[in-house]
Design a protein around this ligand. Sequence first.
Ligand SMILES: [Zn+2]
Length: 381
Amino acid sequence: MKKRGTIFLILITIFLLSGCNNQVQKYTFTQEELGEFESLPKYKIWIGEGYLKLEKKNNAPHLISLDLLRIAFPEYLSDIPEDGVPRYVKAEILTKVPQAQVTVTENIVEIGINKREETENYNYVNLNWEDPLGYIFLVNKAFPLNKNYEDQSLKEIKSPHLQPMYNNMRLSEEALLNLEKMADAFYKDNKLPLILVSTYRDYNHQDRLFTNRIASNRANYGLNYEDAYKKASEIIAIPGTSEHQSGLAIDFSNSSLMQKGRTLVSDFSNEKEGKWLLNRGKDFGFILRYPKDKTDITEIVFEPWHYRYVGYPHSQIIFENNWTLEEYLEYLEVESKYLHEDYDLFYLDSQKIFGDEIYYFDGIKIENDNKGGWILTKFKK
Ligand SMILES: [Zn+2]
């Protein structure tokens, strides 16, 4: 009897210990802990998995945005109500987060479940940065690129399985690396190179194309400037609104269409290249940017030849949900997150997290959307 009792006790202990190890204790904020605040602090932010440090820049009380907590401690915080509640908590509340080590001083709040060493590598971005950063920024009529915007990593396209139509065609470095991989895969399947009609175009090039079209519309149709401009804008992107200025867009064609003088036509969707790119582009970070059934959203006609590099996992998500880039970014902004088995995405509005600078540790990628939002991608191991 005594022996059986001992075994029972050992089993209970093992059960409890293993339970403690596997189970994350969660903390839910009460309504009282979530409050409205008038004076808002400005912060310098360090963020990593299970780690958040904020250095205050003014005299306001320490207030932490729930969006930041959600990114750093998804495991430890229960779902925070999204609607009708303020988005900030007082720093002192963080001491209630289980397993957290919290330090609150006059200027610094540090909350760590996973300890960070000062020597660890982190990357840095200024959230007041206005130029596009990363690969998912929007370029359209509503959100044009600055006249002077130029990707700093542009590289000339030279690859055995890529056939540029002109000399010195260039693309943003990461887009090019993935385009080369895609061309290799296409070659493996079809024993053909991918033909590139247009890649990076600078603002001035786009401006010339547009101005020439206005002139020819006036000459050919006898239109006044306004009507000629309007007609030109239906065919050619207004300078600053072309994705080609981003260095991330590509127009493809193939030899049979080009022989017929029909380089960029909707029939490309029925060609070997058009079909292959539609299904496989996502594997290399590319999306069909102007689909047939989404012209009301993109405000661009169906362009089966135009692909845009957005990178992984964005290309995968956009493909699976049958979204345009506009719809994807809208989703992230409204929902503020997209959770997946392999990665989590979070949307940050720099106005709402009071951050000027953000330092982020390995495993996090940060990009902006060219309309005031920042997207953090956290890759899971
Ligand atoms: Zn194009």
